[in-house]
Design a protein around this ligand. Structure first.
Ligand code: SDX
Length: 426
């Protein structure tokens, strides 16, 4: 049956709601004039059922475990593309030709230095400064060095600058936190290779890039590159809707991602697996805690607002874990615990009935560990991957002719009108 119209009956009156149908058949009920016509608003905590925009960037089918960037499946892109190609696809809307990719990679490579004065920011932080806080702050500071205006050439150059420099800022933040000298970007390395070199090279030794680690990082960056209207992306759109500049909008997205319910989950998963290991591998105990609401404990890396079958990214990362660890010839006891935890949860009514499956964060931390990335940098890796998606979504929002500043309504439940009693009489 066609779903091209909808009626709302409120107070005995009928109201017609316009219907928008997406290219994948998704149905959206238009409520733009709802309050004007009915005096009522919709109420949807966490926007679980509310669409904030129409978007042509990423499509997710949570029931079928489908995820596509601009129509290309994530599995296909992981197989056939490199991260800079996916950055180009998300930001410009199509896969680049060989020449377009060469020019794009050249630009990313030659804009990866940061202004020497920016190093002073790092000096002000204590060694244990949370890397995501450092990343968010310095990302916002880029607008102090690179003028922001509506000139399309400047806007495109700032996109290149941000994509090129955020990995340098991330690596410099790491080096500062361990008291080592900064390692500058190199123009002869790939995006992933250059980041690994800036993270792990030390002036006194030759650093040999492991192609397996380089390719694995590139894969993880692709898997994290966009995910439609998740918390941090919605934040980037919301901040950008006030006409804040790109750097400030991305800084806000980095802050939103840092929460352990979102991008911070990859760190929380490792903490949880270590807790289970140190507790004698008693997985059942932690599963029962996760089912007990009073425990305030959740299985980190499990569950998703959209995926109610499986997160296709988790599947790709899980198989990459097996492959990488065997090629590296390393064992990780936490991987065995993770697999057993997944197996038990997928047989447990509590998780099955709530459709709680491993998400992208469940296995990604184990892969970062295998690559030698320190735990406190896991969410930074997520941010580096998500950056092209944030940028693409920000651009789409800015170019939307119907764009309006984000300003949700509320239902007030506080005190009714009352007079102020003078302090002396209170
Ligand atoms: C990311 O949105 C995106 O796309 C995000 C992301 C991206 O690429 O941008 O995919 C990245 O953020 C992945 C999610 C990483 N976070 C975690 O792994 C943290 C643990 N997961 C949960 O906190 C939770 O599942 C969320 C935050 C992911 C989703 O939260 P929802 O959709 O608001 O779900 P909910 O809190 O309403 O839970 C529904 C039910 C509740 O039980 P009941 O009230 O129905 O009895 O499921 C339970 C929850 O208690 N539940 C869990 C659980 N997740 C949900 N119970 C135990 N362990 C969990 N992990």
């Amino acid at each position: 049956m066609a779903m091209d119209s909808a009626k709302l009956i409120l107070g005995g009156k009928e109201f017609e709601l316009p219907v928008t149908t997406g290219s994948e058949g998704e149905i959206g009920l238009g409520i733009k004039s709802l309050r004007a016509e009915t005096g009522a608003i919709t109420l949807d905590s966490g926007y679980a059922n509310t669409g904030s925009c129409e978007s042509a960037i990423t499509f997710i089918d949570g029931e079928k475990g489908i995820m596509r960037y601009r129509g290309y499946s994530i599995e296909d892109l992981c197989e056939h593309a490199i991260f800079p190609e996916v950055c180009y696809l998300l930001v410009f809307g199509s896969l680049p030709s060989t020449e377009e990719l060469e020019t794009f990679v050249h630009d990313l490579t030659h804009h990866s230095l940061i202004h020497e004065d920016m190093k002073k920011f790092f000096e002000g932080y204590p060694p244990n400064a949370p890397p995501m806080s450092v990343l968010s702050t310095i990302a916002a500071s880029l607008s102090a060095y690179y003028p922001v205006n509506d000139d399309p050439a400047i806007s495109e150059l700032n996109i290149i600058r941000l994509l090129a420099k955020l990995k340098t800022i991330a690596a410099f933040a790491y080096k500062k936190s361990i008291g080592q000298a900064y390692v500058y970007p190199r123009n002869d390395l790939s995006y992933a290779g250059d980041f690994l070199h800036m993270m792990f090279a030390v002036p006194s030794e030759d650093y040999e890039l492991d192609p397996l680690i380089e390719r694995t990082l590139d894969l993880l960056l692709i898997l994290h590159a966009d995910h439609e209207q998740n918390c941090s992306t919605a934040t980037v759109r919301m901040v950008g809707s006030s006409d804040a500049n790109l750097f400030s909008s991305i800084s806000a997205g980095i802050s939103a991602l840092s929460g352990h319910l979102h991008g911070g989950a990859n760190v929380a998963v490792i903490k949880m697996l270590n807790m289970i290991r140190e507790d004698g591998g008693n997985i059942r105990k932690y599963m029962e805690m996760a089912k007990d609401k009073s425990s305030n404990f959740r299985l980190m890396g499990f569950g998703h607002r959209v995926y109610k079958n499986f997160d296709p990214r988790a599947n790709v990362i899980k198989s990459a874990n097996d492959r990488i660890l065997s090629e590296l010839g390393t064992e990780d006891p936490l991987l065995d615990i993770a697999k057993e935890l997944e197996r038990m949860a997928l047989e447990d009514e509590y998780f099955v009935s709530r459709k709680l499956y491993p998400n992208v964060d469940f296995y990604s931390g184990l892969l970062y560990r295998a690559m030698g990335i320190p735990t406190n940098m896991f969410t930074v890796m997520f941010a580096l991957g998500r950056l092209p998606g944030w940028i693409a979504q920000w651009i789409e929002m800015k170019n939307d002719p119907r764009k309006r500043i984000y300003r949700p309504r509320q239902i007030y439940t506080g005190s009714l009108s009352r007079p102020v009693v003078p302090l002396a009489d209170r």
